[in-house]
Design a protein around this ligand. Structure first.
Ligand code: HEM
Ligand SMILES: [Ca+2]
Ligand SMILES: [Ca+2]
Length: 302
């Protein structure tokens, strides 16, 4: 099973090394911290917190990252930086799945969010689940019913789901995901001044997703790099960017939590930390299951 301080004997500085690297990377590229949060969701939600998301395409097997659900994910190369620092001190000891979990925990702190206490001892998968990604990760315009049931199935309750979506208080969204709300006419439920900003950022009705630098907008214009309750204030305005964000403020089951979180940042932080830990413990591989990858991008060859 997972436990607190799993590496306390085998690699006593493991958690410190990860934290040091997350801080250093944040100082060099602030958006790495944002990526670590999204990583946890996209790894843990798909079957297990097993670093399946980190596997590259190899002959005949395409990476999970090819799924349209994982569009826009970035900074994977810096996972290698963290792994290299761990390998230097404790070769073959710390799993990539624990890097995914702990970097998300420490990334949240860099973004002035809460710190959840996380267990360790996850092993890495020997396969990926590209074909199943869409059955685990909702689309951004799916119904709230479906979104809630997906989170429910991994033990995150409604309140926790509302809190986790608060991760959309940081980072960006690519124009391809929002132009349907801007063209040919602006969705009347969007705030007009926000819509003006979005049209400025996304001037084309048909952005090219394969462009060298695909266009994008900030999800939270006021505090784009702070994991705060601004997200809930925005979606109440309403300035929800994705359909899923808007629905959260509109649906009867979720709206009361949205209002509470909009009014109380500490309550949001408490719920976020709690739900992030639940997410991080979804169906881990432990003991003899899985392996500890030497290179997070590939399964071990033996
Ligand atoms: C129903 C659930 C969710 C849906 C449908 C969803 C969808 C999306 C979409 C479409 C984007 C924009 C991607 C792009 O255009 O580049 C995005 C970004 C993001 N999501 Fe979610 N998301 C969900 C839940 C979550 C959760 C639970 C977390 C973390 C706890 C999370 C963290 C993030 C972050 C941090 C970004 C910004 C990434 C960046 O700037 O690189 N999301 N999400
Ligand atoms: Ca996974
Ligand atoms: Ca924010």
């Amino acid at each position: 099973d997972l436990q607190m301080g799993y590496y306390s004997k085998s690699c006593p500085r493991a958690e410190d090394i990860i934290k040091e690297q997350v801080i250093k990377l944040y100082e060099e590229h602030g958006n790495t911290a944002v990526s670590w949060l999204r990583n946890l969701f996209h790894d843990c939600m798909v079957k297990s917190c097993d670093a399946s998301i980190l596997l590259d395409s190899v002959a005949g097997v395409e990476s999970e990252r090819k799924s349209p659900r994982n569009f826009g994910m970035r900074n994977f190369k810096y996972i290698q930086t963290i792994k290299a620092a761990l390998e230097e001190e404790c070769p073959n000891t710390v799993s990539c799945a624990d890097i995914v979990a702990l970097s998300a925990r420490d990334g949240a702190v860099m973004l002035k969010g809460p710190r959840g206490e996380m267990k360790t001892g996850r092993k890495d998968s020997k396969e990926n689940y590209l074909a199943e990604v869409e059955s685990f990760i909702p689309n951004h315009n799916d119904s709230m019913e479906l979104v809630l049931s997906r989170f429910q199935s991994i033990g995150v309750d409604t309140e926790g789901t509302v809190a986790l979506l608060g991760a959309h208080s940081v980072g960006r969204v690519h124009c391809i995901n929002i132009v349907h709300r801007l063209y040919p006419t602006v969705d009347p439920t969007l705030d007009p001044t926000y819509a003006d900003y979005l049209k400025l950022r996304c001037p084309s009705a048909e952005p090219d997703p394969k462009a060298v630098e695909p266009t994008y907008a900030r999800k939270d214009r006021k505090t784009p790099m702070i994991l705060d309750n601004m997200y809930y204030k925005n979606i109440l305005e309403p300035k929800g960017l994705l359909v899923v964000d808007e629905l959260l403020a509109l649906i009867l089951r979720t709206a009361p939590f949205v209002e509470k979180m909009a009014a109380d940042n500490q309550y949001f932080h408490d719920q976020f930390a709690r739900a992030l830990v639940v997410l991080s413990e979804n169906n881990p591989l432990t003991g003899d299951q899985g392996e500890i990858r030497k290179n997070c991008r590939y399964v071990n060859s033996n």
